[in-house]
Design a protein around this ligand. Structure first.
Ligand code: AMP
Length: 120
């Protein structure tokens, strides 16, 4: 799947759409989800143009991957959910219900989250 430069997170990265920023560095931006599913619901995205986890894992540089992984841990800690616990989710492709085709990790926490997958 090719990268859609007009996806909503690309537009946030270009500051065409506002976001409630939680963190930023050279490789990473994080912001609060517009429809939070938990008291803490932060989206972490790379600044590079990657469609999903598959694209990021296959094509991002070591520096981008390291920065992203370290940022996720740091953002969760700064959000105050390291002690109580949190869940990381990244959707790839149709079965996952990925809506925005720019790689992102959801950090969810601040309440008991239950089992990972709801039975069909
Ligand atoms: P996914 O289904 O994994 O692609 O998740 C996309 C997420 O992006 C959803 O949780 C949406 O609520 C969230 N979202 C969509 N538009 C925005 C926006 N403008 N600002 C913040 N979060 C957004």
């Amino acid at each position: 799947m090719s990268y859609d430069t007009n996806n909503i997170f690309a537009r946030i990265l270009r500051s065409e759409i506002p976001c409630k920023k939680a963190y930023e560095d050279d490789h990473v931006l994080a912001f609060h989800d517009i429809h939070p599913q938990a008291p803490t619901h932060i989206l972490v995205i790379p600044k590079g143009a990657y469609v999903s986890a598959a694209d990021f894992g296959a094509h991002a540089s070591d520096a981008e991957i390291a920065a992203f992984t370290r940022a996720v841990s740091r953002i969760a800690a700064e959000a105050g959910v390291e002690g109580s616990g949190y869940r990381l989710i990244s959707n790839h492709g149709p079965d996952s219900h990925q809506e925005v085709p720019h790689y992102h990790v959801h950090i969810l926490g601040g309440r008991p989250l239950g089992r990972l997958v709801t039975p069909p």
